[in-house]
Design a protein around this ligand. Structure first.
Ligand SMILES: *[C@@H]1O[C@H](CO)[C@@H](O)[C@H](O)[C@H]1NC(C)=O
Ligand SMILES: *[C@@H]1O[C@H](CO)[C@@H](O)[C@H](O)[C@H]1NC(C)=O
Ligand SMILES: *[C@@H]1O[C@H](CO)[C@@H](O)[C@H](O)[C@H]1NC(C)=O
Ligand SMILES: *[C@@H]1O[C@H](CO)[C@@H](O)[C@H](O)[C@H]1NC(C)=O
Ligand SMILES: *[C@@H]1O[C@H](CO)[C@@H](O)[C@H](O)[C@H]1NC(C)=O
Ligand SMILES: *[C@@H]1O[C@H](CO)[C@@H](O)[C@H](O)[C@H]1NC(C)=O
Ligand SMILES: *[C@@H]1O[C@H](CO)[C@@H](O)[C@H](O)[C@H]1NC(C)=O
Ligand SMILES: *[C@@H]1O[C@H](CO)[C@@H](O)[C@H](O)[C@H]1NC(C)=O
Ligand SMILES: *[C@@H]1O[C@H](CO)[C@@H](O)[C@H](O)[C@H]1NC(C)=O
Ligand SMILES: *[C@@H]1O[C@H](CO)[C@@H](O)[C@H](O)[C@H]1NC(C)=O
Ligand SMILES: *[C@@H]1O[C@H](CO)[C@@H](O)[C@H](O)[C@H]1NC(C)=O
Ligand SMILES: *[C@@H]1O[C@H](CO)[C@@H](O)[C@H](O)[C@H]1NC(C)=O
Length: 548
């Protein structure tokens, strides 16, 4: 195998970039989707692109055609006004998603909704012309309120159809009993609406409602979908919990062609936010002849740590896990399933064409403590082409991989018997540190690593808490053996502070690294540096490596 070293330098950082060329190419495999129909999963945009714009606004619905796959379904939560007009609003309480308090200051009412006294502003108290001056606002406070002042009016279902021409359309209907109490007839509204416009999906978490309208939709293109809410909640028309109803999918199949479940029904999440193994619900539903859709996808949710903060990985785990695929996902950010389905699913991971090089950063340091065996393993598992080792020296002259020369930054040294070995070395650091070269390798191995948390203080984003002190530090020689064994296409060795080490510690790190490389069977074509060590290690072809 041709192994070449590209030399480059960045101020006091000396780099050797080793590169073992492998043939790299891409391919999507041709295996069919594991959905009920074998077609690709549907993308359902909840209230349009509601992750960015106010849910159910014209901006949110229009953005779907700009930012999502062209067959994305638009979802509308239907509410009825006093004059029986269906409007799209994400919440039964208008004060949650509009500026209605500003328009009708005295309109607050308390009504019983599914057996619970609920206070707020309700659509049943207003006719459609009353609502004309009311505008939509962002219902989730962590999202931008920039569009709250854009004057986005409440849209009727007919408005959505005429203005946005969403195709396909999904209507979700809830609180049938509540509307009856206010002398409004939701069944009647739905049946007359579907005579005028094409509705592709009609969903409800209310069993009696779906069962009642079902006969009108046999042999039509409209799919009836039963929505499961959290397992402990009681379904209002049967008084059974959704968890109990889930046990009889045959019953659901008597009136619906599919079910919609919260995503945790499929991949349960533990209290500390790790994924448990998937349940059998997707295959069970398919065996019962039911489609199954998953709800609750949002890129700004706290994702399970297993997804490494990557919503694309989450989406792929529902549609492309080798075992099953849901028939559709309901999301506030349709762009993510669009990418997942259109670009990243069913990839042959051993073949990638012309992709940019992936270089690890202190190993897979977002998942495990910097430069530990676990971090390097994960980097290789995740497909890194090049793994990196920032080289440091121990007191007994052993070269190790460690992201900082100061052990305080990435180990538990301050809580160890070596916590008194502080020194101030202005050339390395302004503040006092406990440096790798003041502990032997044996001593360093007794320390525990600490995972890096660069976004913890600012955004409270924690990394993999279960593994925050896991893994073992490794010597450069072990790193090289590992890299060779895993056949990565390259390694990146960075040496900081070579001058300091040469002058103060009398250790020639560069020479030591080179002999380690040679010892491990790496052959350098060229290796160059012009930092103040100023040595030309070899002559010949030089390719600049502009890393770090
Ligand atoms: C959607 O895009 C695909 C691929 O570009 C194309 O084949 C299909 O005709 C488009 N469908 C619609 C409804 O525009
Ligand atoms: C609106 O309702 C959603 C869902 O119930 C909730 O998460 C959110 O906090 C509510 N927002 C406001 C402004 O009340
Ligand atoms: C709702 O509140 C009213 C007035 O406080 C009370 O009489 C009634 O029992 C409550 N209903 C429920 C379902 O909690
Ligand atoms: C709507 O209700 C208002 C009062 O709430 C009334 O003045 C108006 O005539 C009603 N409009 C329609 C079309 O029913
Ligand atoms: C509601 O409308 C449906 C369909 O038009 C009708 O069958 C039903 O009797 C109505 N319910 C009430 C309570 O009026
Ligand atoms: C459900 O329970 C409530 C109170 O617990 C009761 O009022 C209602 O009639 C019950 N409904 C059915 C369908 O059993
Ligand atoms: C499930 O529902 C079907 C259809 O209603 C019924 O025949 C069957 O007895 C139910 N099974 C159980 C275990 O309750
Ligand atoms: C999620 O991560 C935890 C901790 O690493 C692991 O124990 C668990 O098996 C993972 N879950 C799945 C479904 O892979
Ligand atoms: C994936 O790509 C590799 C390397 O080109 C090839 O050997 C393998 O057969 C491909 N697998 C599938 C399922 O296409
Ligand atoms: C590795 O970790 C160190 C210390 O946390 C950090 O300064 C550096 O930017 C990280 N990345 C690389 C490529 O060294
Ligand atoms: C750490 O090593 C440096 C360089 O050998 C030395 O100057 C310093 O005194 C040592 N500090 C401690 C606390 O041993
Ligand atoms: C090389 O990798 C194989 C398989 O992953 C493993 O069994 C073996 O112990 C490794 N060898 C070394 C020297 O790490």
């Amino acid at each position: 195998m041709g192994k070449r070293i590209h030399g480059g330098d960045v101020s006091s950082v000396l780099l050797a970039f080793l590169w073992l060329q492998l043939g790299l190419t891409t391919a999507q495999t041709s295996s069919a989707w594991r959905t009920l129909s074998g077609n690709s999963p549907a993308i359902i945009a909840k209230g349009g692109l509601s992750g960015l714009f106010p849910d159910s606004s014209s901006y949110a619905y229009q953005a779907v055609s700009l930012f999502s796959a062209n067959d994305t379904t638009s979802w509308c939560d239907v509410r009825l006004t006093k004059d029986s007009v269906g409007v799209c609003l994400p919440d039964i309480k208008l004060d949650n998603c509009t500026n209605i308090q500003d328009i009708f200051g005295k309109g607050k009412k308390t009504y019983v909704v599914n057996g619970v006294n609920t206070s707020g502003w309700f659509s049943v108290d207003y006719n459609i012309s009353d609502l004309a001056p009311v505008t939509l606002t962002q219902a989730i406070y962590s999202r931008t309120d920039k569009f709250d002042s854009s004057g986005l009016s409440i849209l009727s279902v007919d408005d959505v159809v005429t203005q946005v021409q969403p195709s396909p359309l999904w209507l979700n209907i809830q609180h049938d009993a509540f509307y009856s109490q206010h002398n409004l007839n939701m069944s009647n509204y739905v049946l007359s609406l579907t005579k005028r416009i094409t509705v592709n999906y009609l969903s409800s978490p209310e069993l009696a409602f779906l069962r009642r309208i079902a006969p009108s939709f046999t042999n039509t293109k409209t799919k009836l979908i039963f929505c499961f809410l959290d397992e402990g909640i009681k379904e209002p028309s049967t008084n059974q919990t959704y968890g109990v109803l889930l046990k009889n999918l045959t019953l659901i199949g008597t009136f619906a062609s599919g079910i919609l479940v919260p995503k945790s029904y499929i991949w349960p999440v533990t209290e500390d936010n790790y994924l448990s193994p998937s349940t059998s619900i997707v295959t069970d539903a398919h065996k019962a002849g039911l489609e199954i859709y998953a709800a609750g996808f949002a890129n700004d949710n706290l994702l399970s740590y297993n997804y490494s903060y990557d919503p694309l990985t989450e989406c792929l785990s529902f549609i492309d896990n080798g075992l099953f695929s849901v028939d559709g996902v309901v999301t506030d950010f349709p762009i993510t399933p669009s990418e997942a389905i259109g670009c990243f699913s069913r990839l042959n991971k051993s073949r990638v064409d012309g992709k940019p090089l992936i270089i690890s950063n202190n190993g897979s340091s977002g998942d495990y403590p910097d430069c530990t065996d676990l971090a390097y393993n994960k980097a290789v598992e995740d497909g890194a082409d090049v793994i990196d080792c920032p080289v440091q020296v121990t007191q007994d002259g052993i070269l190790i991989c460690m992201s900082s020369v100061d052990l305080i930054e990435d180990t538990t040294v301050t809580k160890s018997p070596y916590s008194s070995r502080l020194s101030v070395i202005p050339k390395l650091k302004r503040t006092a540190g406990i440096f790798t070269f003041n502990l032997t390798w044996n001593e360093i191995q007794k320390l525990k690593p600490i995972i890096s948390q660069p976004f913890y203080h600012l955004y409270n984003l924690e990394r993999n808490p279960r593994n925050k002190n896991s893994g073992n530090f490794i010597k450069l020689s072990d790193f090289l053996t590992f890299a060779n064994n895993k056949s990565v296409s390259g390694i990146l060795i960075s040496i900081e502070n070579a001058v300091f080490m040469a002058e103060q510690l009398r250790i020639d790190v560069v020479d030591s690294v080179i002999s380690a490389l040679n010892g491990a069977g790496y052959q350098q074509n060229c290796f160059r540096s012009n930092d103040s060590v100023n040595r030309q290690l070899c002559a010949g072809e030089v390719q600049a490596a502009n890393q770090v």
